[in-house]
Design a protein around this ligand. Sequence first.
Ligand code: PLP
Length: 366
Amino acid sequence: MQFNGVLANLKTYEAGKPIELVVREYGIEAKDVIKLASNENPRGCSPKVIEAVRAEAVHMNRYPDDSMYELKESLAKKYHVEDKNIIIGSGSDQVIEIAIHAKANANTKVLMAGITFAMYEIYALQTGAKVLRTPSAQHNLKEMLEIYKANKDISIIMLCIPNNPLGECLDAKDVYAFLDQIDKETLVVVDAAYLEYARFKDPVKNIDAQELITKYPNAIYTGTFSKAYGLGGMRCGYGIAQPEIIQTFLKLRAPFNITNLTLKAAIVALSDEAFMDASVKENFEQMSAYEAFAKELGFKVIESYTNFIVLEFDASKNSGAIAQKLMEKGIIVRNLGSYGMNAIRVTIGTPEQNARFFELFKTIYM
Ligand SMILES: *Cc1c(COP(=O)(O)O)cnc(C)c1O
C-alpha cells in the first residue's frame, strides 16, 4: 500500500521499557522491578489527586468539558495569563506536535540542539520538513544563531530547557538574548517539561511564561503534569502563547483530547503545589547521592537540572551492556548508545530505589 511518502523513513518512537516487559522476560516480580527510565515522579502524585479522580470516576459516561474552562482558569492564575493564552494537550507532547505541524512543511527547516528530545525530530519529519542540529550535543545558542542566520527557511526552533536526555539548562537571560535575534515569523518553542526542577536548583534558569510571551510574541512555553506533578499516566500538558498562536493551534486539536479524569487530576494537582515542591526538593537531595557515587566509582556525570542524571563511561565500559545487566536484575534505565554516547540516563528514584541502584550497579561495574 502507498502511504504519505514522508513516512517511509520515519522511525517509531521507542518509549522507556515498561515494568511488565521485565516481569515477562526475566521472571522478576513486578514489585521488585525499579523503573528509572522515563523520568516519572517516583513518589507518585498528590494523594488529593487520587481522591478526586476516584470521585470523578462516576462521571465517565460524560464527555469532558471541551472548553477545559476550570483547568485553563487554574493555569491562567498560576502563570498570570488569560484563558485565551492557553492550549491543553494530551501531554505537552501533543502541544509540541501541534506547534510543529502548524509551522513546518516540506519547504521549511526545524532547528534543534545536537542531542535533544527525540519527538521533535519525529514530528518535524512527519511534515516533510528538514531537521537541522547544532554540532554541539548540548544547547549552544551561538551555534544555533549561526545556523539560523545561514538558513532563511527555518520555521521553528526547539529549545528544551532543561534538556532531555542530557539534563543541562540554559540561563533565562541567554534565552532572551537569543530571542532578540530571531525574526518574529519564526516560532520558538520553549519546552519547559523539567523547569519546575531547574528553577528550584537555580533561579537564574527560571523562564516566566508571561514575560516570555509578552516580550516575544513568536514564542510558546510548554509545560507538563507528567514529571514533577507525577501524572505521566494521565496525559496532560499545556502551551502558553499569544492568542493568535493559540487560536491557530486550536484548529489542529482533536475534540475531547483529554479525559474528564485527567482534567480533574490536573486541576487538583495545581491546588497542591506543596506535593510538587517536596518532590523537587527530595529529587536534588538524592541527585547529590548519584554525584557522590560517580566520584567514588570514577565516572563522569553531566550536571543536571532535572529529575534524571546522565552517567558517562570511558571506553573500557559499554553503556548498552550496563543497561542490559541492570535490567536483568530488575532496574530499568535508558541507554544513550543510540545517541552516539557511551552513557546511561537514570531517573532519580526514591532513597530506597537509589540505594538499590548503587548496590546493583557496583556489582556489575566492577
Ligand atoms: C516528558 C517530556 C515532555 C512531555 O511529556 P508529556 O508526558 O507528553 O507531557 C516534553 N518534553 C520533554 C523534553 C520531556 O522529557
